[in-house]
Design a protein around this ligand. Structure first.
Ligand code: OX2
Length: 825
């Protein structure tokens, strides 16, 4: 079905048309004229003008979706790490050309306006960014879908360094206005909390339970456009903001108690105030559970009451929707749907359970036991008493079945219980999601296998067909086409434009790896991208690096399992080799070691490591003996925007987590797609990257997951590695003796002693293997042309890592939904 657009709603796609529209927006929207307009005024006017180009497609998509009622996907995620919107909208609407030209004619540099956009940092790292890539692919593949999440007033904190130590500042992304959101207060939803439950006898004489809530808040939806890539579809992301039911009590105010008059408002608004800055470890905070329930309750109510037609037969729900649970954060949606069906709509438990079991699917993103979310029964019972009852009943019925399947295995029953008994009674959210979900998936082959064999082993034995894998992916629109325009141009020139939506076609570049002229141009582009980064770091951070040095990059959240420490020990080893006279400085390949990492504010060891990286950087960057051939660059506040310049410039991608700990990684994919070679362990999606790009174009090192398990079982003693390896000893001694802390031996003592006596993530065990692999990197890099050939092959063979492919896998293996032709192109 193809419809035409209402001409009134379609802006003129000419340079003159754009200029006129832009000036109108400045005038009528911002209330300023060109002579007085600030950069922010111009940015807002531009954003609104660009928005117009997507608007009628958005309306049309919504109308069309309402008419067709095709099976849809609701992606429930507590995080969407969107990154800046302007460039993506320009690209999707295909108007970057006319906009650049139009602005130039007004004497405005598009780049200046780009910089005015504060990125919505509504996520911590990989999990939130994956959600953003997925909604991009859902729109581009024309899948009827909606994203649901939280509109945090403050996103991930802004990181600053004071004397090299991380200091967090609030992320005030909404301060100057956000032109990409559409609030709909009239569509607000009420969400209840607290109180108690009671039993009663219904009209048919059945005993039932109901919730008598204690308090409530209002959820206001904010809609965001999610444009497909030039395909006429614009999907919706709906983020919820919390408001008080009654924002202001006039009686109390009039009595003179001004603070008390707004207390309810402050309390309610706290729910969507700030993103928890945790990655991979949940924080057992009441507010966090409030956030989780708040957004799923709003989303389910919105879907059932507003998205579905009024007369919809809910027994058909599984044909109409699947709710994808992005990790355990939205899992409270399961008892919520049961409550809506059983309590509010009077369904039988059995009927409600039959539907519920078919409409949820769960993605697990971790292997760290401490990252599997649990909620104490005490807290859950206080905040959501009816949901706790429902969870208990789900568990009772499930365990009865388990007992039937394993009659004499009470130990197993206890292991599989959704309710843990130790160290306190608590609800294991991953278990609840596994029992109720139609499917459970991990995010890379190795991860899914370890989920089946270890973390959820009892469940995979009991529900063998539930478990599947969907390897993560990244959107080629943002992370190649938009962030690497020069490489995109070269690729398009070589194989045509189709690769942007069919990334497997990058394979067609393979023969060009042997074409000297192509390699020359490829290398020139890499150098150009480095120059872009050099300029950015100079302007943004006052950091000076050389475009001629190898750019060796490790950017990701700071976590011990990711092992920034291992990278740092390599840097220190090089420093030691030169300063001890073992390695003449002119034999050192000039290298910039770039780090980007935020530490969770409460994660002490991670913050120590940040302090240490900066301390090592200070020493190395100022030591005349190194002649500036080795440099450490650690720009503060690594975010999506910085990644977009950093990734295309990189030569070497550091993916060095301990095998069996990184579920997938997605940064690893972005680097390979932009022609960096990976040095990495056999972990997460590295395994698949290496299989695809080939051993000769990937620097593998380190223990494998089974080897790690053996060493740990045998009782790992890091100090034996220290004692046996003089190179390692010298590196650690430098830290211990205060080389990087002006002789002070206490500052970094916790890091050293942790490595020597605990080293949970086997940094010392993998050290030598890593150093050897880095020596291989040096050798390979000396042959620049050979390196470029490998880089081209990395690009050509990484098409698998498009999030479009991931979404197709979800459609086939989990959602059993199909793309629907967009209403028009
Ligand atoms: C991250 C995982 O650590 C990372 O390996 C993965 O690539 C990403 O999710 C997307 O799947 N919080 N963040 C993650 O897991 C959790 C929990």
């Amino acid at each position: 079905m193809s419809e035409s657009l209402d001409p009134i709603t379609v802006p003129d796609r000419t340079v003159e048309g754009f200029v006129q529209e832009f000036l109108r927006e400045l005038h009528f929207g911002q209330g300023v004229d060109m002579s007085r307009a600030s950069t922010n005024d111009k940015y807002l006017a531009l954003a609104r003008t660009v928005r117009h180009h997507l608007m009628s497609r958005w309306m049309q998509t919504l109308r069309h979706q309402g008419q067709v009622q095709a099976k849809s996907v609701a992606y429930l995620s507590a995080e969407f790490l969107l990154g800046r919107q302007l460039d993506n909208a320009l690209l999707a609407a295909d108007i970057d050309g006319i906009v650049t030209e139009g602005l130039t004619s007004l004497g405005i540099d598009l780049d200046d306006l780009r910089q005015a956009e504060q990125e919505p940092g509504l996520g911590n790292g990989g999990l939130g960014r994956l959600a953003a890539c997925f909604i991009d692919s859902l729109a581009t593949l024309s899948v009827p879908s909606i994203g649901y999440g939280i509109r945090y007033e403050y996103g991930i904190f802004r990181q600053t360094f004071v004397d090299g130590w991380q200091v967090e500042q609030p992320d005030t992304w909404l301060e100057l206005g956000s032109p990409w959101e559409f609030p709909h207060p009239e569509a607000a939803v009420k969400v209840n909390f607290g109180g108690s439950t009671e039993t009663y006898i219904d009209d048919d004489g059945n005993a039932r339970s109901r919730w008598l809530p204690g308090w409530s808040v209002i959820g206001v939806p904010y809609n965001y456009m999610v444009p497909g890539y030039r395909n006429g579809r614009v999907n919706t992301l709906r983020l919820w903001s919390a408001r008080a039911e009654k924002s202001f009590d006039l009686q109390i105010f009039n009595s003179g108690d001004y603070a008390d008059a707004v207390r309810a408002q402050t309390f309610a608004e706290n729910i969507s105030k700030v993103l928890y800055p945790e990655d991979s470890t949940p924080q057992g905070k009441e507010l966090r559970l409030q956030q989780q329930y708040f957004f799923v309750a709003c989303s389910l109510a919105d879907f059932l009451d507003n998205v579905l037609p009024g007369d919809f037969d809910l027994t058909k729900l599984p044909d109409r929707i699947v709710f994808q649970l992005n990790d355990t954060h939205p899992v409270i949606a399961i008892p919520e749907l049961m409550r809506l069906l059983v309590d509010d709509r009077g369904w039988s438990w059995e009927d409600a359970w039959a539907v519920t079991q078919q409409v949820f699917a769960y993605t697990c993103h971790t292997l760290l036991p401490e990252a599997l979310e649990v909620w104490s029964v005490d807290l859950l019972g206080r905040l959501l008493p009816r949901h706790l009852e429902i969870i208990y009943r789900i568990n009772d019925e499930f365990l009865a079945q388990v007992r039937k399947a394993y009659p004499d295995d009470e130990l197993r029953v206890r292991r599989m219980s959704i309710i843990a008994e130790f160290p306190e009674r608590a609800v294991r959210m991953a278990f609840l999601a596994t029992v109720a979900g139609a499917k459970v998936n991990g995010v890379a082959e190795l991860h899914s296998q370890l989920l089946r064999d270890k973390v959820l082993n009892d469940f995979s034995a009991y529900f063998p067909d539930k478990f599947t894998n969907v390897t993560n992916g990244v959107t080629p629109r943002r992370f190649v086409r938009m962030s690497n325009p020069a490489l995109s141009g070269l690729i398009t020139e070589a194989i045509g434009e189709g690769w942007v939506t069919d990334l497997g076609r990058l394979r067609e570049l393979e023969p060009l790896a042997d074409d000297a002229e192509f390699r020359r141009r490829f290398a020139e582009i890499k150098r150009g991208n480095k120059t872009r980064l050099v300029d950015l770091l100079a302007a943004r951070d006052g950091i000076e690096i050389s475009p001629d040095a190898m750019l060796d990059v490790m950017v990701k959240r700071l976590h011990e399992y990711k092992r920034q420490m291992l990278k740092l020990l390599h840097v220190i080893t090089l420093y030691d080799r030169v300063t001890s006279g073992e390695l003449p400085i002119d034999q050192v390949t000039p290298r910039t070691f770039a780090f980007g990492a935020k530490a969770a504010p409460g994660y002490k060891m991670a913050k120590q490591i940040i302090g240490l990286i900066n301390a090592v950087g200070r020493t190395i960057n100022t030591d005349p003996a190194l002649e500036r051939r080795l440099r450490v660059a650690f720009p503060a506040n690594y975010n999506v925007t910085l990644a977009e310049t950093l990734v295309p410039a990189a030569d070497l991608s550091e993916q060095i987590s301990l095998a069996g700990k990184e579920a997938s990684g997605t940064g690893n994919m972005k680097f390979a797609l932009n022609g960096a070679l990976t040095i990495g362990t056999d972990d997460g999606a590295n395994v698949e990257i290496r299989q695809l790009v080939g051993d000769d174009h990937f620097f593998l090192f380190g223990l494998t997951e089974p080897e790690v398990a053996d060493i740990v079982d045998a009782g790992y003693r890091p100090s034996t590695y220290y004692a046996a390896n003089p190179t390692l000893r010298r590196a650690l001694d430098h830290i211990a003796h205060g080389t990087f802390s002006g002789g002070d031996q206490r500052v970094f003592e916790p890091v050293v002693s942790n490595l020597l006596h605990e080293d949970r993530f086997l940094v010392l065990a993998d050290f030598q293997s890593y150093i050897d692999a880095q020596d291989r990197v040096e050798k390979a890099y000396a042959d620049q042309d050979g390196w470029t050939r490998s880089a081209v092959l990395n690009v050509a063979r990484s098409g698998f890592f498009s999030s479009d492919r991931s979404i197709k896998d979800y459609l086939d293996r989990i959602w059993h939904a199909e793309p629907v032709a967009p209403p028009f192109v």
